[in-house]
Design a protein around this ligand. Sequence first.
Ligand code: AMP
Ligand code: MG
Length: 348
Amino acid sequence: MKTKVWTVGESENLSTSYSHITQAAQLLQENEVVAFPTETVYGLGANAFSDDAVQKIFLAKGRPSDNPLIVHIASKDKLNEIVKDIPDYVYKLVDAFWPGPLTFILPKKGELLSTYVTAGLETVGVRMPNHPIALELIKEANVPIAAPSANRSGKPSPTLASHVYHDLNGKISGLVDGGPTGVGVESTVLDCTTTIPTILRPGGITKEQIEFIVGEVKVDKALIEEGHAPKSPGMKYTHYSPNAPVILVEGSEEFLQKQINQFMQQGKKVGLLTTIEGLTKYKADKVITCGSRADLESVAAQLYDVLRKFDEEDVDLIVSESFPQFGVGEAIMNRLLKAAGNHVIVEN
Ligand code: AMP
Ligand code: MG
């Protein structure tokens, strides 16, 4: 399959951009899969009403079929066409954060959605992305668009069109290149089937932001303690993994350097994921900086690109700094822990 790539951006004039989006929307209507930018990461979209279209997503990604997809809509009023039993607090959150990186899990309505979208569940995840290209594309396609991240399953999510191209060229019909995405980590997944909402996956909208609007918010036990099955099927899979194993280190600067030294003494080539603040502090075979510790949003924005950059380096393992677990730091640490397969070294 030839993957058609369109560039939509500042250097294009408006009518060219519009024609590119129309062509991409046409492919979606023909039940083909098309990757496109959102404010979080690139999504791999397909007509959520079509079994045929949705199955192509699973095939291209190599995604396990029991991992449901998020449905993307282009206007708030489409929500109640897809889901039912919507609690009042959801409307408050829609007003506060849509379009934006917040996904609601609610009971699905009717039988229109492909059962492959929900992986057979009675609930479905829905969100309205905050990106002009995504919104225009969904509007033009005129159907809800099922879209997981546009990476091969298990790899870090794509935050640049080149990441999508690397993973999926030849496996998908189209790719809309709209430049780098903004937030860099996926949406927050919020279970809204209960009186008090529960975070199933931390993401672009923080727990504190949700609490500010609705009061009490729970966090899925699987995110806090070991030994609980996650309520979000996708959270059980290894994810975000570069080729070399990742080890997360929690402790002082001296402790981190000591761990690096020990691995190097064992003859291993060590890559270090640090921030701009750490660049002159640490010595490793390859040091790559990921944003600034003083600005966790910048770490989130660069995280997946940095994980992918290590694949271009000759390293045997990647040691990563840890980050404070508040605000978007929750999502950063959740992704790093997954990338590391929970391999953490903690200073006593
Ligand atoms: P991705 O599309 O790669 O961003 O992953 C979507 C995430 O949302 C995965 O962790 C899914 O398991 C989760 N998800 C999607 N639909 C549901 C649902 N109905 N119930 C619980 N989790 C869901
Ligand atoms: Mg994903």
